[in-house]
Write a protein that binds this ligand. Sequence first.
Ligand code: GDP
Length: 362
Amino acid sequence: MKTVLIGVGQAGGKVTSSLVEFDHDMGFNSVRGALAVNSATADLQSLPIDTVLVGQDRVKGHGVGGDNELGAEVMQSDAGEVMAALDGRITAEAEAIVVVAGLGGGTGSGGAPVLAKELKQVYDVPVYAIGILPGRGEGAMYQVNAGRSLKTLAREADATILIDNDAWHSSGESLEEGFESINKSIARRVGLLFASGENVEGVGESVVDSSEVINTLRSGGIAALGYASAEADDDPDTNVNVVTSITRNALFTGTSLPNASTADAALLVVAGKPDRISRKGVERARKWLEEETGSMQVRGGDFPLESERLASLVLLGGVERSARLKEFMEQAKAAREEAQRQEAKRDDEEKLFQNDDLDGLI
Ligand code: GDP
């Protein structure tokens, strides 16, 4: 699938850059353009891709400091500039536009839904979002921001692939230390998904096509991506079990949204050397995915790739009912209520002091 990527905010810019780098290193050429948008000059400076600064008149290049309402406002007022910068980058060959953002901050959280809406009004190709959820340990502000942003983003984008920051995080590292490796994991998985259907050499009937990605995401709402890989044998017959076991791992332990397994639609992509991919294994794994996801729409295909390993990518469309998402929305709601309580308490205290007549006390 030929894509144009737009990273909004700090996480958005960094993850977009990682995706560009992965696509380039692998020689896929599925990313046809990339742009980073931010209200903070410092976060744009280190990025190896083209950039646009928004909100300069309001925040003078200093960022919106986690205020996602301000993030939405600055994106709205400078949307014309962003759209102008995209003009010429989104050519007729683009099959999808992808807006990438961390949902817990300010610029990406507020700006990504606004930008998705603008893009949909202008372009005919699907506008997808990659939304990064704050990890469980991140503070209340991140959860509140992400809850609010996710609802809007899911409505505005044609589909939102959610990535929980806890999902592909290796143990022993703090989240911050781990960002670089998380971003690489995101780039490898999402990059493979975008490139599948792009790698046209050795096209066969079983090779996955971009339209299958688009059809899997057609129901809209929230999507998740699973991934797992293992050493492969030279003999495809021996690989029946390899394909079925990596598909199980991709769904149970390797998804971007832990515990997301009930879905409206799914796509299984098995990547590896074509003569090692077991047809029987792919068919078994696809059937198994139908049972596990409860979806009758499970597509399957291969992605020919020069690798000693076999990898299984599982794209799940329509995962709104998943346990992790419910848990996250409840956590975000509780954090918002707590923030409102604190605010009301502060207001009361202020009133108390304002009304306090100190005259005559002594
Ligand atoms: P913004 O610049 O105002 O949009 O804010 P950020 O992009 O920094 O958003 C903050 C959220 O993104 C938090 O939940 C962080 O955990 C997450 N985040 C920040 N940087 C990265 C990164 O490089 N990778 C990932 N995966 N998440 C990040």
